[in-house]
Design a protein around this ligand. Structure first.
Ligand SMILES: [Zn+2]
Ligand SMILES: [Zn+2]
Length: 169
């Protein structure tokens, strides 16, 4: 079970994930955006605070948490990111901000599956068609599949039974 946690700026999109995410999930009430993560110089939000917040919520909900926000996220060394998560941690976040366009729904599902893969314990994959391939641009996201390559899938299945199928404490 993955808990989907919409921040207020992504509230209207959360149903897309609720209905289409190929993982058992539950949606909790929207949370205000983290204004304290706003970086005035960059006019963006720091992803670290979001990941920390999602991890804290995961402890409270006793399940892994994926936050979904509509604000523009950055992390150190990147101009922007589509999402971020602690590999093998308890929480992660995706942003809908840069995923707009005709393929919006497909993109948000891919980015969610990617970050859930990280939370569960997977790292990046060299296969450009694998959902765990790093997306630097929307073309990368559009180019990859919505699911894991055979190698990542077997790793995911192994980790899933300990990370996603159980309530963790
Ligand atoms: Zn990644
Ligand atoms: Zn892979």
């Amino acid at each position: 079970m993955i808990i989907l946690m919409p921040y207020e700026s992504a509230e209207e999109f959360i149903h897309i994930l609720k209905e289409n995410l190929p993982m058992e999930n539950r949606v909790i009430d929207p949370i205000p955006d983290l204004k304290q993560m706003y970086d005035k110089k960059r006019d963006q939000y720091n992803t670290r605070g979001y990941v920390r917040h999602c991890s804290r919520m995961a402890r409270k909900e006793e399940h892994l948490v994926l936050g979904v926000t509509g604000v523009d996220l950055f992390s150190a060394g990147h101009n922007f990111v589509f999402g971020s998560a602690q590999v093998g941690g308890h929480g992660g976040v995706i942003s809908t901000y840069r995923l707009g366009g005709k393929r919006f729904e497909e993109r948000i599902i891919k980015e969610a599956v990617h970050e859930i893969g990280h939370i569960v314990g997977l790292t990046h994959c060299d296969d450009p068609l694998c959902v765990m391939h790093f997306s630097d641009t929307l073309d990368d996201t559009d180019n990859k599949a919505g699911w894991f390559c055979p190698n990542c899938e077997s790793e995911y299945k192994e980790l899933k039974s300990t990370r996603l199928d159980k309530t963790y404490v």
